[in-house]
Design a protein around this ligand. Structure first.
Ligand code: SAM
Length: 326
């Protein structure tokens, strides 16, 4: 980034924030920096950097996460926010507009969503997100409510399972794996039982060396279903755009094409003056653009970032800026 000061913030051993320089650049270009909302504060890496960069203009950081454990870690990390106030909310980013209204905050200058799960969640076996080490089959970002992966598996039909595997994991042999999981559903209590069931369904004893483990996409699909990730994102994006002040910016980092496609579609729609189907002879929708895209396409990590933090490889960043009169 050309004129940005050097990062003053150390990454934690638990999570390396991705595309941090790109996020800093977007924040630096915000017209105002009064109210920053980190909708997925996680371990607080991005927020710590935004606090360090913001300077005296920043009045308030609103930090949210669905995961109370992550929120507590962010709170400890961001214990010295300079002159800014920090409000922590154990909540989904879908609740940002309501929270801003309740706090009587008219609009946000910058909203960041860094989607998916953190390295801390993935690497904590008791959270049940990964088959790399054994743990209960949970996968809830918010373990205080909702159904765990095990409960979801227990009450789902084969058709539902197959749909999730196909739509949320683009899993090959989704039908065969769904039937196997359905038949074994009462014994699928741990992450290793689930990954063993996937291998068994595919009649593989161990994953071929150098190939991605066949359970990877199955875990992704179930995690998305457990946390209703795509519905939440799709419903939240228009409301988050609405919550920006004129000149305010919304930046979203996604980690797979299912998320990125939804972000792209929501941003494209919000940046167009007409959203009528292409064959309409004249515009009848009355839709008016409320944002401009800050760049075409998605930004991706460079070679250096990928070498330092290989999981950043799949990250994609998109951003919009609210138009002056909307
Ligand atoms: C990739 S991590 C964020 C890391 C963070 N930016 C950092 O620098 O430490 C994603 C976080 O988003 C949270 N999360 C995912 N979906 C959420 C939602 N709908 N609302 C609030 N938090 C969510 C997860 O619990 C996780 O802590």
């Amino acid at each position: 980034m050309p004129n940005a000061p050097q990062s003053a913030v150390e990454p934690t051993p638990f999570h390396h924030p991705v595309l941090q320089e790109e996020v800093r650049e977007l924040f630096a270009g915000c017209r105002a920096k009064r109210v920053v909302v980190d909708g997925t504060v996680g371990l607080g890496g991005h927020s710590a950097q935004l606090l360090a960069d913001a300077g005296p203009q920043l009045e308030l950081l609103v930090a949210l996460d669905r995961d109370p454990e992550a929120l507590a870690m962010a709170r400890a990390r961001l214990s010295d926010p300079g002159g800014a106030a920090v409000l922590y909310h154990h909540a989904s980013f879908a609740e940002i507009p309501r929270l801003l209204r309740e706090e009587e905050i008219p609009a946000a200058s910058f909203i960041l969503l860094d989607l998916g799960v953190s390295t801390f969640q993935l690497k904590t076996p008791r959270r049940g997100f990964s088959f790399a080490s054994d743990g209960p089959l949970d996968m809830r970002m918010d373990p205080t409510g909702g159904s765990s992966a095990r409960e979801l598996l227990e009450r789902s039909s084969v058709a539902q399972l197959e749909g999730w595997l196909r739509d949320f994991g683009e899993v090959r042999h989704a039908g065969r794996i769904a039937r196997a999981l359905y038949e074994r559903r009462s014994s699928l209590r741990t992450t290793s039982a689930l990954s063993a069931a996937v291998l068994e369904a595919l009649r593989i004893r161990r994953p071929p060396p150098g190939e991605i483990h066949p359970a990877t996409q199955v875990f992704q699909a179930l995690r998305i279903a457990v946390n209703r990730e795509l519905e939440t994102l799709e419903a939240a994006l228009p409301a988050l755009i609405e919550a920006l002040e004129p000149g305010g910016r919304l930046a979203v980092i996604s980690f797979h094409s299912l998320e990125d496609r939804r972000v792209k579609q929501a941003f494209d729609r919000a940046s167009r003056d007409c959203v009528c189907p292409p064959k309409m002879p004249a515009c009848g929708c009355g839709h008016r653009a409320s944002v401009q895209l800050l760049f075409r396409g998605a930004r991706q990590p460079g070679e250096t970032e990928i070498a330092e933090n290989p999981p950043s490889r799949s990250a994609r960043l998109r951003a919009v800026e609210k138009l002056p009169n909307s």
